[in-house]
Ligand binder design. Structure first.
Ligand SMILES: [Zn+2]
Ligand SMILES: [Zn+2]
Length: 381
């Protein structure tokens, strides 16, 4: 047996080779030793990376995708993706779990075709839809982080307790418009409060909860007497509705529909097919952009002065980092901070800040609903 063959066999035992094409698996065998040598994590600090990206003139394409699929060896698959994608200059936040993969990222536009080719080498990702961003300045992500998690969405559901494959019917933008024209249809926004605050579909129920984990059981409970009505649900890119719709069906709702590809794909279809746009405002996204404008209406207000505004920001005090809505005037006045407490804090000497950090509570003071830590690492899509 040749060395290559032996390596291949050895590799076959640990690697879920059936996930990827034969060409890719042969490449994998060859790269196995270099994979061990290569550093498969980002090691440059955050500020430096941010600086690099803001100075870069490179055109980048922001996109997201997800796929539920039984991945046998998530850590190996994670390393494989990191190895392949870091060479292509991919930046973003990707979660890999035994149940699948969920990624939000940006790819140098010049490498987009090469990236698609790499995707196709992973058999279960071959041909899947990539949700490409509408508003893109190429500055959506500044590093590549691929993480292994238990689940690809933190939904708080016990998947063994219901049939996750018995999902709601996927509908496209046109079907969504028709269904929601019917006043008897229950339309539910499956996103968190801070997301729907800056943009939503006309007539949608906008839950007040700050997390999906809390939102889902409450939504079931609120509509338990209307199980014979049509229920249509939507989220950013469709992933949250995959299990939420199955959970609704498990709870006795008979006609459950979900918007295929979420708001991102809806906006694309509306534009492409010249359909009526029923989405108002901005689509909140989990990257540096924090939102994509879908319509010109501004549906929310600055949390500080109350004037119409839909620009989210993170508090300039890193110890707080609260995600909130702040207008340009307030940004100047409060120097990007959410409160006087934070503004005073960032002006103190570094040593004093270090000490104060230990005892000071910054968030959620006047913005009770505002413990929006999502941007820092929410498992959403
Ligand atoms: Zn303001
Ligand atoms: Zn703050």
């Amino acid at each position: 047996m040749s060395i290559e063959r032996r390596n291949f066999t050895k590799f076959y035992l640990v690697v879920p080779l059936h996930h990827i094409s034969r060409t890719a698996s042969l490449q994998l065998v060859q790269m196995s030793s270099s994979m061990k040598k290569k550093v498969l994590h980002n090691r440059v600090n955050r500020d430096e990376l941010k600086e690099q990206l803001s100075n870069s003139k490179e055109a980048r394409t922001t996109l997201s995708f997800y796929k539920y699929y039984h991945i046998k060896n998530p850590s190996f698959f994670r390393d494989y993706l990191y190895y392949e994608w870091s060479d292509l200059g991919v930046l973003g936040r990707i979660y890999v779990a035994g149940e699948g993969v969920n990624g939000q990222m940006s790819v140098p536009s010049s490498n987009f075709e090469a990236f698609k080719k790499k995707m196709a080498e992973v058999l279960f990702l071959n041909g899947i839809r990539l949700n490409v961003a509408i508003e893109d300045d190429g500055k959506s992500f500044f590093k590549l982080a691929i993480k292994v998690r238990n689940k690809i969405v933190a939904d708080g559901l016990n998947d063994d307790s219901f049939d996750v494959t018995d999902k709601g019917t996927h509908v496209n933008a046109e079907q969504f418009n028709t269904l929601t024209d019917d006043p008897n249809t229950i339309l539910i926004d499956m996103r968190n409060h801070y997301e729907s605050e800056v943009g939503y579909f006309e007539g949608a129920i906008l839950p007040e909860e700050a997390t999906f984990r809390e939102l889902l059981p409450n939504a079931i409970d609120n509509y338990k007497d209307q199980k014979n009505k049509k229920v249509v649900m939507y989220c950013t890119g469709g992933i949250r509705c995959e299990k939420a719709s199955a959970y609704f069906k498990h709870n006795g709702f008979e006609q459950v529909y979900q918007l295929d590809g979420g708001i991102i794909e809806y906006a694309r279809q509306v534009e492409e097919q010249g359909l009526k746009n029923k989405f108002k405002g901005k689509n909140f996204v989990f990257d540096e952009r924090l939102g994509e404008r879908i319509s010109n209406e501004i549906v929310s207000n600055c949390h500080q002065c109350g004037k119409p505004c839909d620009s989210h920001t993170n508090c300039a005090n890193d110890a707080c980092h609260l995600l909130f809505i702040q207008c340009e005037d307030c940004r100047k006045e409060h120097e990007g901070c959410c409160s006087n407490l934070c503004n005073e804090f960032i002006k103190k000497p570094e040593e004093e800040q270090k000490e104060l950090r230990k005892t000071t509570e910054f968030n959620g003071t006047k913005f009770g609903k505002g413990r929006y830590k999502a941007h820092k690492g929410g498992l959403l899509g």
